[in-house]
Design a binder for this molecule. Structure first.
Ligand code: SOE
Length: 402
């Protein structure tokens, strides 16, 4: 590893699943990659003083606070990593950019197009002053997905005809699963659509280099009422000792939509939290005039490739094991055949972010890329409200009413 005295001092807001995944990546990135700056895990922020103190110790942060505004105001923080529920992404990110901090914001960027547009505009203003921003669509940085993008860009599939993408989970199939923040629109913005649908929208736009231009969608909330979580603030978890109090689910449990790509291809997308037995099942198939590529997150070290340019007698799906040293990101890890996991995509994300900030480049995906995802999410919800009517995706630059 190169020795560098250049520090990148990080402050992270949030310490749940994504906070833990990001912390692992911040701890690891300088130990596996030779980078022009060394990450310093300066501060972690969370609302509960006891829990954030424990998180600081457990996840490896030097200090902790319960006030994100205090964290942003510190002059010993260079980059703010936003790992909170969607309802605070905009407020924290806008304040951090205004304070001259680089920002990594978890996906989806925001809970609305309005917020996403404001964040994108603020990022553009900050970029002029050398401040960098990135949105945390980590699956782009699974080596096999990056390789997929490289192969499509190199023309190995020819003209893209179809994209077929699913992201399936089943953690709320039990109607007794409580009404957590991800099931409340005011906190999460949307349900399966924005949480996991956003991933396959970003991943397929990244891999194909094309944008979704229009959709026809259905969404469904299968279980409309759930028990309130124990200790729900402001509400007793039980009503006079009888059955627990309940609350309305205000987001989608599943979203299914057809789409057109601006390069002429047709696409189908499915995001569901009710795919019983599917735990975190993301699968993307891309059919082109010269071949097909398939990525399956449950086999994330592999790509399936059908090369239609091979002699007809030799055509068939081959399995590429993406673990060679010259495969994307893999030079840092183990000898060929030694596979990596889900968490490595976050280390790759931090590698590219640290490299970009230290060299004065703009990391991807940008907030503008993330705004495009937000516009698709919005089109899907508008289409579903209109009875699956064909709905154009709004242009990124809002048409100013004259
Ligand atoms: C949903 O449970 C979730 O945690 C998403 O929010 C993440 O983005 C995804 O990577 C795993 O599943």
């Amino acid at each position: 590893m190169s020795t560098t005295d250049r520090e990148l001092r990080v402050g992270m807001v949030g310490y749940a699943f994504m906070g833990a995944a990001h912390s692992q990546a911040w701890r690891t990135v300088n130990r596996v990659y030779d980078l022009p700056a060394r990450v310093r895990m300066a501060a972690i922020c969370g609302r509960d003083a006891g829990k954030v103190a424990d998180a600081a110790d457990r996840l490896g942060w030097e200090t902790y606070t319960t006030d994100w505004r205090e964290l942003i105001a510190r002059d010993d923080i260079d980059l703010v990593d936003v790992c909170t529920p969607g309802d605070s992404h905009a407020e924290i990110t806008l304040a951090a950019l205004a304070a001259g901090k680089h920002v990594l914001c978890e996906k989806p960027l925001a809970n609305s197009v309005t917020e996403a547009r404001a964040m994108t505009a603020a990022a553009a203003t900050a970029q002029a002053a050398g401040i960098r921003s990135m949105c945390g669509f980590n699956y782009r940085r699974v080596p096999a997905v990056t390789m997929m993008q490289q192969m499509v860009a190199a023309g190995r599939l020819g003209t893209i005809r179809h994209v077929r993408a699913v992201y399936l989970q089943d953690w709320i199939v039990d109607p007794q699963f409580p009404l957590v923040w991800r099931l409340q629109k005011d906190k999460a913005g949307s349900g399966a659509l924005g949480d996991i649908g956003a991933h396959i929208i970003d991943l397929t736009q990244f891999v194909t280099g094309q944008r979704i231009s229009g959709v026809s969608a259905v969404t469904e909330t299968f279980v409309k009422e759930r028990p309130l979580p124990a200790g729900s603030s402001g509400l007793a978890a039980t009503v006079d000792g009888s059955a627990p109090a309940t609350g309305q689910v205000t987001v989608d449990d599943a979203a299914v939509f057809l789409a057109r790509l601006d390069g002429g291809g047709l696409a189908t997308y499915e995001a569901s939290r009710f795919a019983t037995g599917r735990k975190n099942a993301l699968r993307v198939e891309i059919n082109g005039s010269l071949g097909t590529l398939v990525f399956d997150l449950e086999r994330l070290n592999e790509l399936e490739f059908y090369d239609a340019t091979r002699p007809a007698a030799e055509q068939g799906f081959s399995r590429i094991l993406v673990t060679e040293g010259d495969h994307p990101y893999m030079s840092a890890w183990w000898p060929p055949g030694h596979i990596i996991g889900y968490e490595h995509s976050f280390t790759h994300q931090m590698r590219d972010l640290v490299e970009a900030v230290a060299t004065g480049a703009d990391p991807a995906p940008s907030f503008a890329d993330a705004l495009q995802v937000q516009l698709v999410l919005d089109a899907v919800e508008r289409s579903a409200r209109l009875g699956s009517a064909w709905t154009e995706v709004e242009p990124a630059l809002a048409q100013v009413a004259v």
